[in-house]
Design a protein around this ligand. Structure first.
Ligand code: CA
Length: 222
């Protein structure tokens, strides 16, 4: 499964250059150029990492970062030419994971993206209490029991577990699991969730990880 990187950069040529390098490195990349578009997009389709320029039209990178942290732990790398802002950027106030100074080499950006992904989304193990998700092999284990998930079930669990407590509507789940915009019915999503919960219950009957939120969607809580 390819990791999704969101580039937010109003300098179009720079955005295109970064996109090319990241695509070559095997990432799925999409670009936004206006600060106002970022939070709605992150709400509807959680990227795996955001490269966020500080100075943007519409809404600046700090406000965006702060806004995203209200609902998501997605890794954020701030991109800035303002060295004096870096301490603030990395502070708790805004919650960015790393920063890159302009001017930079695209190679450096790719290396930094990989490093942050390794650090933040490697094994989600610490907060997961016995749940291990290996995104490369689609293998999920709970307290040492192999859950034996299908690819769709794995992606569902990965999506929900990567932001514990966040409620996903069925539409959001659909956008994430079927990025090619293939339309599936709500019932299909529900049935995958049902099977996923059954497999978790079979492995550990006393652990309920995936919860239905009536009339809204699903969430992960461990
Ligand atoms: Ca800019």
């Amino acid at each position: 499964m390819k990791r999704h990187i969101l580039i937010v950069e109003d300098e179009l040529r720079l955005a295109a250059l970064l996109r090319d390098y990241l695509q070559q490195a095997g990432f799925e990349v999409f670009c936004l150029h206006n600060g106002l578009d970022v939070i709605p997009l992150v709400h509807s389709q959680t990227p795996d990492l955001i490269l966020l320029d500080l100075m943007l039209p519409g809404k600046n990178g700090m406000e965006i970062c702060k806004g995203i942290r209200h609902f998501s732990n997605v890794p954020i790398i701030m991109v800035t030419a303002r060295i004096e802002e870096i301490d603030r950027l990395l502070g708790l106030e805004f919650g960015a994971d790393d920063y890159i100074c302009k001017p930079f080499s695209p190679r450096e950006v790719v290396a930094r993206v990989k490093a942050v992904l390794r650090r933040t989304s490697g094994p989600l193990s610490e907060q997961m209490r016995g749940l291990l998700l290996d995104k490369d092999s689609y293998k999920a284990t709970l307290d040492g029991h192999d859950l034996d998930l299908t690819a769709v079930e794995f992606q569902l669990l990965y999506l929900l577990a990567s932001t514990p407590g966040r409620i996903y509507s069925r539409d959001q789940v659909m956008n994430q699991i079927y990025p090619d915009q293939r339309t599936v019915s709500y019932r299909t999503i529900d049935s995958h969730i049902k099977k996923l919960r059954k497999k978790i219950a079979q492995a550990q009957p006393d652990r309920e990880l995936v919860h239905s939120v009536y009339g809204v969607g699903y969430k992960y809580e461990n």
